[in-house]
Design a protein around this ligand. Structure first.
Ligand code: ADP
Length: 591
């Protein structure tokens, strides 16, 4: 029994409790199915007694009271077994579902960041929400019923074969053939099922992307083109679903129809055996009734098979998440020095498309290191790699002389404050959005950080001040306000390393000065790696690292690099030119 529970646990990726509940569900389902045969036997006995005077068979006569009491007892047994089966299958399944979701969420927490770059959001949502919901249906309505039907029918069949093997064979030869039809086409069905699932995920991704980018789509007048693409995805998903369901349905119906042939063979074989006096009429009647009862659960089991094939695909996806190796890094960094060193770092997002080919530099504690270079040169990538967002292809990155590769990401992250352009804000109050920086910060500390980050003025203008709920991703705030909130978070966190992406968004001059003031408070005494866009920041940096074509093209102070007359100087000249143009343009507008 323990081995069976273990096998169920492995097959369906269940918890110990879930496997034991499913085992109970199957067991009660078997007993409930067998109990359904009791009325058949009683009916056969009654019929036999009624027919015995006509057929001249001697039979020990039983009273009507005997049959009534037996009937009531059988009814009670059937009811109790069905009740037990219902509770075991349904209650157990929903409890397991809750455990599975919690376990998945816990697992996602411990997964390394690399995992999330391999799996996209829609795919994960579809596993956590969609697959778990399908499991609820499958484990309450299908799996126990399927195994219950197969096992109970198997037991009844053995009984019937022992009772009369010729009639038994006439009744049962159809079962293996019908199941074989459905089983042999399993691979085909699974292939179509997989295609359907992929089409659904693609569609979900399309819808999600459309919702996320709806403003840009409208702004670029791309609605029609976009909807066309979405339509095509919907068509593909619909076609995949129809072909998958149609194939499955036709194969299963073929199997189920074939099963009914058994009744014909029971009649033919039964007639001939009765004629030859090789069997009695009671046996014949019993097998005729059995034929009318036995094929129903088998037929039901066949309908369930399609869902079972689907479940095995979903279990596979679930196992991929559950078996992904946990983040198991060292939990203690043991350093008081927070220099960041890139040592011959190589990195690519996609195979054979290197983004960083050989990057080496050190960002010293207490200094500002500015990353500059042409767009797409890898500045953001460098900043993200410093916080171990992705695994490297070669070389190493060190924090305080210690390779960050074997370190635990969560622990490492405690040492970083990250202020990137794409600020993630939650649909919660301003107070809580800032408190994300340090969970246990008091309200006063949050307010102090907000003031230092120049947020106080705009927060006070909001209807409920710090208690104002901002829309998802701060949709009710301006770009500059979102960035200042992010700086307030970073100030509250007070981590020794700051990764900063200066906003390029069109901030007005007031905004810019406020943000600059907030930033200068944030970076004091820290190791600062800034993706710099403004000349003011770049000139004031202690070190400038120029990234181009995946390598460090130049590094040094502003003066040194200007004297060198290389790529940096070119970039500075370009920027000066564009600023001049911008000023002239603004001047014209004002005039
Ligand atoms: P920069 O910050 O200097 O503009 P990035 O580091 O953002 O440059 O990008 C460097 C290169 O890596 C670009 O060619 C960009 O297209 C590519 N890239 C950036 N992020 C991703 C990603 N998540 N997946 C694949 N390619 C990416």
């Amino acid at each position: 029994m323990r081995n069976m529970i273990k096998a169920l646990k492995k097959k369906y990726a269940l918890s110990d409790q879930g496997a034991s509940d499913l085992f109970k569900g199957i067991l009660y389902s078997v007993l409930a199915n067998i109990s359904l045969m009791l009325p058949v036997i009683l009916l056969a006995v009654v019929l036999n007694q009624l027919l015995s005077p006509i057929l001249g068979i001697a039979d020990s006569e039983k009273s009507a009271a005997f049959y009534t009491i037996t009937g009531i007892v059988i009814l009670a047994v059937v009811f109790i077994l069905h009740y037990l089966q219902y509770t075991a299958a349904y209650v157990g399944t929903y409890e397991e579902s809750a455990r599975r979701r919690i376990h998945l969420a816990e697992k996602l927490r411990t997964l390394p960041l690399g995992f999330f770059h391999q799996r996209d959001l829609s795919d994960l949502t579809s596993t956590i929400m969609g697959d778990c919901a399908s499991f609820e249906h499958a484990f309450s309505h299908t799996v126990p019923q399927f195994w219950g039907a197969v096992i109970s029918t198997g037991i009844v069949c053995i009984g019937l074969l022992i009772f009369n093997w010729q009639m038994g064979l006439a009744l049962l030869w159809v079962a293996p053939v019908s199941f074989a039809i459905v089983l042999l086409s399993r691979k085909w069905q699974q292939k179509l099922g997989k295609r359907h699932m992929e089409a659904r995920i693609e569609l979900a991704e399309g819808i999600q992307e459309c919702l996320e980018t709806v403003q840009d789509i409208k702004a670029c007048n791309q609605e029609e083109a976009y909807l066309k693409k979405l339509d095509a995805k919907m068509d593909a998903a619909e076609k995949a679903q129809i072909s998958s369901e149609l194939t499955t349905a036709s194969l299963i119906t073929t199997g189920q129809m074939f099963l009914r042939l058994g009744l014909a063979t029971v009649i033919i074989v039964g007639n001939s055996l009765v004629m030859k006096n090789q069997t009695d009429i009671f046996t014949y009647i019993l097998f005729l009734i059995a034929a009318s009862r036995l094929y129903d659960p088998l037929s039901g089991a066949m309908s369930n098979m399609a869902e079972l094939f689907g479940v095995s695909l979903q279990v596979k996806r679930l196992k991929e998440i559950e078996e992904y190796p946990d983040e198991n890094g060292e939990k203690d960094i043991r350093t008081n020095v927070y220099d960041i060193t890139f040592d011959h770092v190589k990195f690519s997002y996609e195979k054979d498309k290197p983004v960083l080919r050989d990057v080496s530099f050190t960002a010293k504690q207490g200094q500002v290191t500015a990353l500059v270079g042409p767009s797409g040169g890898g500045k953001s990538t460098v900043a993200k790699l410093a916080a171990k967002f992705y695994p490297l292809d070669g070389g190493k990155i060190m924090l305080g002389g210690k390779d960050i590769e074997p370190l635990d990401s969560t622990m490492l992250m405690k040492n970083f404050s990250i202020v990137f352009q794409d600020v993630v804000l939650f649909n919660n109050t301003i107070m809580e959005n800032i408190r994300v920086g340090r969970k246990n910060a008091t309200d006063d500390e949050v307010i102090a950080a907000a003031k230092a980050a120049m947020c106080a003025e705009f927060i006070n203008r909001l209807p409920q001040g710090y208690q104002t709920v901002i829309g998802e991703n701060g949709s009710t705030l301006s770009g500059g306000e979102c960035q200042r909130l992010s700086i307030a978070r970073a100030l509250l966190k007070d981590a020794p390393v700051i990764l900063l992406d200066e906003a390029t968004a069109s901030l007005d001059v007031d905004n810019e000065t406020e943000i600059q003031n907030a930033i200068s408070r944030l970076v004091k005494g820290k190791t600062v790696l800034v993706i710099a866009h403004r000349m003011r920041t770049i000139e004031a940096a202690d070190q400038i690292v120029v990234l181009a074509d995946g390598v460090v093209a130049e590094k040094g102070s502003h003066e040194t690099l200007m004297k060198k007359n290389g790529l940096y100087r070119k970039l500075v000249d370009l920027q000066t030119e564009s600023t001049k143009l911008e000023t002239e343009y603004n001047g014209k507008i004002i005039n």
